[in-house]
Design a protein around this ligand. Structure first.
Ligand code: MRU
Length: 312
């Protein structure tokens, strides 16, 4: 990804440490967080220094590589966030690589490079769906920040940036990951506007959205998709308005052990994420971080291997 015109990644390994762009501080400040061991990496994942399913997976791979007790590290890292399948996929990959005698840092590099390459290929496949002047809506941040580079939902947009496209960016309450998306699009020079989450239906009904593309945290065997809270209602409104709804995700996000979205564990985060914007304290709040979009609302899932049509 470009940051102030320079090529950068959202995390990288340097002299025995894992360095993250601290996503809690963006877009106001470009700051970094350094992890020296698996405990720091676990903290970075649970506190959302790093976020987005594929990036969480890469962080966990390096967390395993930085650990002395890899068995303990596997348990620690897997307990950080429950929904993103890439986390579990990456830990299993590292356990397998190490069991086969592979150098742990080398394995974490290989895992991360393969995720980056998968995202690049998602971009190539997804680009074919985009026509000149298209207006595309996205939810949350499924960009380079969320995947180390390129992104999933944002990869096709990066590759189509010379096609005069325009992106509607849902702000994505409560943590406002949409602002991370707006920041990435700004860096790439892609035209966009941030909208309140509840404005998406307004623009869809007005005929101002040609396609929706989102990322995914976990995809079940039947192609039901867990993604950031609010994704489901965007998919329903898109279908109601005849707008194609695409999900972009690497195969590492697919959980073949889960028959449908009903079995995907949904993370519930702390109430302070909502309360920070309130001037009073309601008695009770709920804060599910993800929802499930049933496969019948999904036009296609863009993977590195091509586009799957769940209803096809
Ligand atoms: O809670 P987050 O910010 O980790 O949630 C991220 C999302 O829901 C993304 O859309 C998803 O992980 C895909 S990222 C390529």
């Amino acid at each position: 990804m470009k940051i102030h015109g320079k090529d950068m990644r959202s995390l990288w390994y340097e002299e025995g440490r894992l360095v993250f762009i601290d996503q809690r501080k963006l877009p106001q400040e470009l700051a970094f967080f350094e992890a020296a061991d698996e405990y720091d990496v676990a903290r970075a994942i649970s506190d959302m220094v790093v976020r987005g399913a594929p990036a969480i997976g890469c962080a966990a791979a390096y967390g395993m590589a930085l650990a002395e007790d890899t068995k303990g590290a596997a348990g620690l890292l897997k307990a950080t966030r429950p929904t993103a399948h890439d986390l579990f996929h990456a830990v299993a990959y590292m356990q397998d690589a190490m069991a086969h005698g592979e150098d742990a840092v080398h394995a974490a590099h290989a895992y991360t490079e393969s995720i980056i390459e998968k995202c690049r290929r998602i971009g190539e496949h997804g680009r074919k769906l985009i026509f000149r002047g298209m207006h595309i809506l996205t939810h949350c941040n499924a960009g380079a920040l969320a995947t180390v580079d390129y992104g999933t939902a944002l990869a096709p947009l990066r590759m189509a940036k010379d096609m005069d496209i325009f992106v509607w960016v849902d702000e994505t309450r409560p943590r406002l990951q949409g602002l991370l998306t707006a920041w990435e699009l700004e860096q790439e020079g892609i035209s966009h506007a941030v909208i309140a989450d509840n404005a998406a239906g307004y623009f869809m009904r007005a005929g101002d959205v040609d396609m929706v593309i989102v990322g995914a945290d976990r995809i079940a065997e039947n192609y039901d998709v867990a993604n950031k809270i609010g994704t489901y209602e965007k998919a329903v409104v898109a279908k109601e308005n005849g707008i194609p709804f695409y999900v972009a995700a690497p195969v590492s996000t697919f959980d073949r052990s889960i028959p449908s979205g009903d079995h995907i564990p949904i993370e519930e985060r702390g109430k302070e994420e909502l309360l920070s914007l309130y001037r009073y304290q309601p008695g009770k709040v709920r804060n599910p971080a993800f929802d499930v979009t049933p496969h019948e609302y999904i036009t296609g899932i863009i993977t590195e291997e091509g586009i799957i049509e769940p209803e096809g």
